[in-house]
Design a protein around this ligand. Structure first.
Ligand SMILES: NC(=O)c1ccc[n+]([C@@H]2O[C@H](COP(=O)([O-])OP(=O)(O)OC[C@H]3O[C@@H](n4cnc5c(N)ncnc54)[C@H](O)[C@@H]3O)[C@@H](O)[C@H]2O)c1
Ligand SMILES: [Zn+2]
Ligand SMILES: [Zn+2]
Length: 389
């Protein structure tokens, strides 16, 4: 079959590999009908999150069940499903506490309580390096889905793939940023990053009756897309983060936003000086966007960190965190927890997800797809690929 595989930084190619097969009685084999590239895949593509051996990428996918193991009673051949991106068993301590990203049974080699740099990581994720379980992902014609009696959700026939595909990751992830902050209605929410995750956070903020939604990005075309698809206010981050913070305070009677959502991660646009500082501190990338969130949030407010941070960072503003009494939450989104509620929103027409798609490409053009998404070429916001082509 065809599969998108990583061969070191900057190199993803469409290769021919063996078809997957059932290895456990709780497995299913899925024929993938649509798959997308996530900003998280770009961290592997850049080398920021390392992967030595070639592996099939992709954790945003859906398709048709081909085959099920003997213990999968809730699915049958021909069912059309979306699959949440964490691989979770459904029965361990963390799964029972609605924390599927921390499942104790999926990442058998590299799981542990510490959350270290290169060991003791969380639960497994599809197609997300050996540190996160080493499972092949869904940017392929077929994928093996472990614990298939727990993750996949059947979707209605009258909805297209593009209408439901983002239930796998970015919609539950954006929603999680709002849910962690306990948004009840009326709040001002500032979202840093107008990528797919940031836009989904903005859509989710409205679903939870936010009073005002402000999205910040360094790229005008991304802000234009956020405005047209999520009806938010926008702020262009140019050179000085202080100006962004001042603008947010000016919009909130000088207080700051009730909630800041960090949807950029550790690889923002950086100056040469920023890069040199990171080398000296043995840091990967920069926490500058997280720092801006800590300044832009009001006293007693909430910061949700959806963007990925893989290393420690010196000078983390712990004093500011304490003085302002900020509630800080982050991590892999518990997609399983929200997927049914969010599918209902889609079925009821309360939210539209497919309006962020800018590129539809065959899987055979995956190298090009990664390049334009990473380099922000061709006004790319979200790429959906067809594995049959
Ligand atoms: N927590 C989770 O479960 C989860 C799930 C999916 C994605 N993610 C992470 O969320 C982050 C965003 O993902 P995405 O798919 O939207 O990726 P993306 O790369 O398309 O979006 C990031 C956006 O940040 C913008 N940006 C760069 N520097 C900035 C700055 N200084 N200020 C404001 N904006 C800036 C970029 O222009 C881009 O629009 C990534 O780190 C990704 O790994 C986390
Ligand atoms: Zn993702
Ligand atoms: Zn589990």
């Amino acid at each position: 079959m065809k599969a998108a595989r990583i061969h070191g930084p900057g190199k993803v190619t469409c290769d021919t590999v063996d078809d997957p097969s059932i290895r456990d009685s709780r497995d299913a084999i899925l024929r993938v009908t649509a798959t997308a590239i996530c900003g998280s895949d770009l961290h592997i593509y850049s080398g920021g999150i390392p992967q030595a051996r070639p592996m099939t990428l992709g954790h945003e996918f859906m398709g048709i069940i081909e085959e099920v193991g003997s213990d999968v009673k809730n699915l049958k051949r021909g069912d059309r499903v979306v699959v949440p991106f964490p691989i979770a068993c459904g029965t361990c301590f963390f799964c029972q506490h609605e924390l599927p990203g921390h499942c104790e049974n999926s990442n058998t080699e590299n799981y542990g309580p510490e959350g270290g740099l290169m060991k003791e990581k969380g639960g497994a994720l599809f197609g997300y390096t050996d540190l996160y379980g080493g499972y092949d992902g869904g940017q392929a014609e077929y994928v093996r889905v472990p614990f298939a009696d727990y993750g996949p959700r059947i979707v209605p026939d009258n909805l297209t793939d593009e209408q439901v595909l983002f239930l796998t990751d970015i919609f539950p992830t954006g929603y999680t940023g709002i849910d962690w902050a306990g948004v009840k209605g009326g709040e001002t929410i500032a979202i840093f990053g107008a990528g797919p995750v940031g836009v989904m956070a903005a859509k989710s903020a409205w679903l939870r009756n936010a009073g005002r939604v402000i999205v910040v990005d360094t790229l005008p075309y991304r802000l234009a897309k956020a405005k047209s698809t999520a009806g938010c206010d926008t702020i262009l981050w140019q050179d000085d983060p202080k100006k962004v913070v001042e603008e947010i305070r000016a919009m909130t009677d000088g207080r700051g936003a009730d909630v800041c959502v960090e949807a950029v991660g550790f690889e923002p646009e950086r100056s040469l000086l920023d890069k040199a500082k990171a080398v000296i501190h043995l840091e990967k990338g920069s926490p500058k966007v997280l720092e801006a969130c800590m300044s832009a949030v009001r006293r007693g407010g909430f910061v949700s960190v959806l963007g990925v941070y893989p290393t420690t960072y010196d000078n983390f503003p712990i004093g500011q965190f304490f003085d302002k009494g900020i509630t800080l939450t982050g991590g892999q989104a518990p997609a399983h927890k929200h997927i049914d509620t969010l599918l209902r929103y889609v079925i009821d027409g309360k939210v539209r997800l497919d309006d962020i798609i800018t590129h539809r490409l065959p899987l055979s053009q995956v190298s090009h797809a990664y390049k334009i998404f990473k380099e922000k070429e061709e006004d790319c916001v979200k790429v959906v690929m067809d594995p049959s082509k």
